[in-house]
Design a protein around this ligand. Structure first.
Ligand code: PLP
Length: 391
C-alpha cells in the first residue's frame, strides 16, 4: 500500500537542510567532541518548581482527559497575558491551548486556508513552515527578504504575491535571523493583509526574547484583531520545550472552530502539563527574563567578538536565541562553510540555506551553550572565515 501523496510530499522532496546537523550527530556518536550550535533549545532544563507543580497536579488526579479547548484557568491566564502585553481585549474564548506552537501553526493554517489556497510565508523561515502549510492543504508561496534589509520584509515584495492569497505567516522575533520586525515593517504587513483580505498568522513564540527594539504583536494594529491568529508557546519563554504546551489567540468564532478541529485531532493537552504551565506563567516577567538572560549575555559576547574583526558580518541580533552571520566574504556558500567548519574545527552550525534561499551565504548560530564555550567557538569560527577570505 502506498501512503498518501499528502504525507509523502510534506517536505517537498530533496534535502531538508539538516544534513550538517545529522553529520554532526554521527560524529558525536563516533566519539568526536563536537561543539553544537545548531538546535534552538535552552542549555538549561525546565525549572524544578514547574516540574514539582506538574507532579503535584498529576498526583492530585489531573491525569484524565482535560477540557479540549484548554483548562479555563490556563485560557484565562493566556488571555490576561496577551491583553496586558498588547492592549487588545482578550478573553478565554479567544484562546485555544495546543500541544505546542508547532501544532498551533498547523491548526491556524487549517482555520485560515482551504485546500489549494495560497499561503504566504517569509524567507528565511523556520524550517517546518513549508511542510506545515502543505500539511494543512495549502499551497506555500515564499516571499524573499534581503540581507541588506536585515531580512525585514518590504511591503512591496508582499504586494507582489498577496492578491488572491489567503494567509500570510510572519515570525518576530525571528528564527533564524534573530531580527525583530520594526513597527514600520509590521504596519506594512498589516496594511497588505487588510487591503488584500489575508489572514495573518503571527508566530510570536520568541516574544520574551527581545534584546533591542520592542516586540509589537500585529494583532494590536488597527483592524487586525479580526484577521490575526497569534501562535504562542511555553517552549522558549519558560524552557518547557518537552512539555508541548502552546496556544492560538484569535477571533472567538474561529477559536470555536479550532476547538472542533482539536476535538478531532489532538483532543487537547494533558491537564498536569496545563497546570504546570499556569504555574509557570504566574511566575511573571522576572522569571521570563531569567530564562532569556543567557541568550542576552551571549548576544553581547557575540557583538564583542564580531566587533573585533571584519570578515564575518552580524545581522542585527535583536531577539530570539540565534545569530545570523554573513560569511559571504569567504566566497563560500553557507553549506560549504558549515561542512568545512565541522570537519576542521568540530563546530556545528546551520547553513543559512537550510532556512531558504534568502539566507544563502549565511550561518545560523544558536546561542545555546555555556558562555565560555560559546565565545571560544565564535572566535574559532571567525578565524576559520578569515583563513578562507585570505585565500
Ligand atoms: N515557531 C518557531 C519560529 C520556532 O522556532 C519553533 C521551535 O523552534 C516553533 C514555532 C515551535 O515551537 P514549539 O512547538 O516547541 O512551541
Amino acid at each position: 500500500m502506498q501512503p498518501s501523496g499528502r504525507i509523502t510530499g510534506l517536505t517537498g522532496g530533496g534535502s531538508d537542510g539538516w544534513d550538517v546537523f545529522l553529520k554532526a550527530r554521527r560524529m558525536i556518536a563516533e566519539g568526536v567532541k563536537v561543539t553544537e550550535l545548531t538546535i534552538g533549545e535552552h542549555d538549561i532544563r525546565t525549572a524544578a518548581p514547574i516540574l514539582q507543580e506538574m507532579h503535584r497536579a498529576a498526583l492530585a488526579g489531573h491525569t484524565g482527559y482535560a477540557a479540549v479547548p484548554g483548562t479555563a484557568s490556563l485560557r484565562d491566564a493566556v488571555a490576561r497575558r496577551v491583553a496586558e502585553r498588547t492592549g487588545v481585549p482578550t478573553s478565554r474564548d479567544n484562546v485555544l491551548i495546543t500541544p505546542g506552537g508547532q501544532a498551533a501553526l498547523f491548526a491556524a493554517h487549517m482555520a485560515a486556508c482551504d485546500p489549494g489556497d495560497i499561503a504566504l510565508y517569509i524567507d528565511p523561515y523556520y524550517a517546518t513552515y513549508p511542510g506545515t502549510l502543505r500539511g494543512a492543504g495549502a499551497v506555500p508561496q515564499v516571499i524573499r527578504t534581503r540581507a541588506e534589509d536585515a531580512f525585514q520584509p518590504r511591503a512591496d515584495d508582499l504586494r507582489a504575491y498577496s492578491k488572491g492569497a489567503r494567509s500570510l505567516l510572519v515570525n518576530s522575533p525571528n528564527n533564524p535571523t534573530g531580527v525583530v520586525y520594526s513597527d514600520a515593517t509590521l504596519g506594512g504587513i498589516a496594511e497588505v493583509c487588510r487591503t488584500d483580505d489575508l489572514w495573518l498568522i503571527s508566530d510570536e513564540v520568541y516574544d520574551t526574547q527581545v534584546w533591542e527594539g520592542r516586540h509589537l504583536s500585529p494583532r494590536a494594529l488597527p483592524g487586525m484583531a479580526e484577521r490575526t491568529l497569534v501562535v504562542g508557546s511555553m517552549s522558549k519563554s519558560h524552557a518547557m520545550t518537552g512539555s508541548r504546551c502552546g496556544w492560538i489567540v484569535g477571533p472567538e468564532a474561529v477559536i470555536a472552530h479550532l476547538v472542533t478541529l482539536a476535538t478531532h485531532t489532538t483532543y487537547g493537552v494533558p491537564g498536569f502539563i496545563q497546570d504546570a504551565s499556569l504555574f509557570a506563567l504566574s511566575q511573571g516577567r522576572d522569571f521570563e527574563a531569567e530564562i532569556a538572560a543567557p541568550f542576552r549575555r551571549r548576544r553581547a559576547i557575540a557583538q564583542r567578538v564580531l566587533g573585533g574583526q571584519n570578515t564575518v558580518g552580524l545581522i542585527p541580533a535583536q531577539g530570539a536565541m540565534y545569530l545570523m552571520l554573513d560569511i559571504r566574504a569567504t566566497g563560500m556558500t553557507g553549506e560549504a562553510f558549515a561542512y568545512d567548519l565541522l570537519e576542521h574545527e568540530h563546530i556545528a552550525v546551520m547553513p543559512g540555506e537550510s532556512f531558504g534561499a534568502a539566507a544563502a551565504g549565511h550561518l545560523r548560530v544558536a546561542m545555546t551553550i555555556a558562555d565560555d564555550a560559546f565565545e571560544n567557538a565564535l572566535r574559532r569560527l571567525c578565524a576559520h572565515a578569515e583563513k578562507h577570505a585570505a585565500r
